[in-house]
Design a binder for this molecule. Structure first.
Ligand code: NAD
Length: 273
């Protein structure tokens, strides 16, 4: 399988489809990252708070694949925002991963009530200047948070990783990203498995002879999103990668986008979390 790359504003690129390990305990993360790399994934998404940077890093190091061929993302946890804590937390993440750089470091949530995300991003600029995070971005940022970050730091985050799936398609943020050259990365791209029975999706799945999960991932790819589906089941890990041999029609893409509902969010509201 050849996975296409999406290009960042800073010149680096990320595989458009990667593998997420939220809610996967460390030992199991080791096994599932190994199985994802074996299946052909070359991008892995972890975070400090997932408590599996160690197993994830070990699977990457022991894979026999060149480090330069694997794209590694980790994220700064909320309580580590602020200059000194960020710099320390970044060192600790690298140590747990057992790597000397990550490809992408993200602010996990903006935490607007604490008002530290601008300062935190300046610390991110420092680790980027040192080459220890090749690219820096954010996660769960709403439009005003992005605007303020850009205005105050003069740097545009390369990516914003946000909740995005057919019931919550984030049209406004996607438009803002497009306008500013920020890539959109979809977390819970499969809606955590809650939308797999939807009749619109099952019908498109049978019309295209693909599974509903594959149809949803294909929809993301055709919108231009970067996706990081999660599974610990080797058969599904492979299934989620097998989405490059078919195409949805504009009409099918539109029908899936139309599944968006006002209360489609599954996770926390970033303004309040
Ligand atoms: P997801 O939408 O990827 O759904 C995963 C679940 O869907 C699996 O646990 C399984 O039950 C089911 N599934 C997966 N593949 C399937 C298939 N082929 N057929 C049927 N069912 C299938 O949900 P997620 O894990 O919440 O999100 C993916 C990744 O996004 C996470 O692992 C994590 O890396 C990232 N994430 C980031 C944030 C953030 O705040 N930045 C929040 C949540 C998740």
């Amino acid at each position: 399988t050849t996975i296409p790359f999406a290009k960042f504003l800073d010149g680096n690129s990320i595989p458009q489809l990667g593998f997420g390990v939220w809610q996967v305990p460390d030992e199991e993360a080791y096994a599932s990252v190994a199985s994802a790399l074996e299946a052909g994934y070359r991008s892995i998404d972890t975070a400090r708070i997932y408590d599996n940077e160690a197993g994830t890093g070990r699977a990457i190091r022991e894979s026999g694949i060149d480090r330069g061929e694997i794209f590694v993302t980790t994220k700064l946890w909320n309580e580590d925002q602020g200059t000194d804590r960020t710099l320390r937390a970044f060192d600790d993440s690298l140590t747990r991963l057992g790597l000397d750089y990550v490809d992408l470091y993200l602010i996990h949530w903006p935490k607007p009530a604490e008002d530290l995300y601008v300062e935190t991003f300046r610390a991110f600029q420092k680790v980027k200047a040192e080459g220890r995070a090749r690219s820096i971005g954010v996660s769960n940022f709403q439009l005003p948070h992005l605007q303020r970050l850009i205005d105050e730091t003069g740097e545009v985050p390369v990516i914003n990783q946000i909740e995005l799936h057919p019931r919550f398609s984030q049209e406004e943020l996607r438009a803002f990203h497009a306008e500013h050259g920020i890539l959109t990365e979809a977390w819970s791209p499969l809606g955590q498995g809650t939308i797999l029975e939807d009749p619109v999706l099952t019908e498109i799945a049978s019309a295209t002879d693909k599974t509903v999960a594959q149809v949803i991932l294909r929809w993301h790819l055709q919108l231009g999103n970067v996706v990081i589906p999660k599974s610990v089941t080797p058969r599904r890990i492979r299934e989620n990668l097998d989405v490059f041999d078919f195409e949805l029609s504009d009409e099918q893409v539109g029908a899936i986008t139309a599944l968006d509902v006002a209360d489609g969010r599954i996770g926390p509201d970033p303004d309040l979390f």
